[in-house]
Design a protein around this ligand. Sequence first.
Ligand code: 3NM
Length: 221
Amino acid sequence: MNQKDFSWKSSLLKEIDFYLVTDSGLSKKGTLSDVKDAVESGCRIVQYREKDKSTKEMVEEASEIKRICSGRAIFLVNDRIDVALAVDADGVHIGQDDMPVETARKLLGEDKIIGLSVNDREEAVLAEKSGTDYLGLGPIFDTATKKDAGKGIGSLKIREVKDAIKLPVVAIGGINKENCESVIQNGADSLVAISAVVCSDDVKRETKYFIDMIQRIKKHE
Ligand code: 3NM
């Protein structure tokens, strides 16, 4: 069994409910406003995902997000290990085509969190061996938010992945208020709903909706 199964990071991540991923292209009120609102509503993990800004702008925004999250939420940076290091974020979330987890680990050290995106059970099993701390599994449903995400795998696949590994699984892709219950019922430890939250007029209300739903279902399991 992988020694990471027992790490404080895995235990901590299994306690997380709603996971905010930022998207400045979709956001109604802007990334910083979304982070503030989500954290004030009880969101305990934030991933800064920014594809359109310069490195300088990203470092500035990431330091603001770090300040907002401080003592309240885990703060991760998507893909950009340099930005994560520059602001001393809590970790990174990387994809299959990014730097290998082992290399990212060397750069970041043992105390930082590394999450990896996987699409199926095979990738999940390999990811667990690589020393990642949690998995992002998706897309669960079809999504327009990430153009190259591919077709939704369906929420039953979550159970298949959970049965094969011990790491926390965060479900992502096309999740909204209508389909979110099946995601948690099928074993996801946490979920991301980008457009369902940042396109809304009230990020606080939507975040709270997801947190309450997840806690209610987990309590009855
Ligand atoms: N990653 P929405 S799907 C950023 O499958 C991202 O790895 C995915 O946005 C993956 O909640 C996705 O609006 C977009 O569908 C999720």
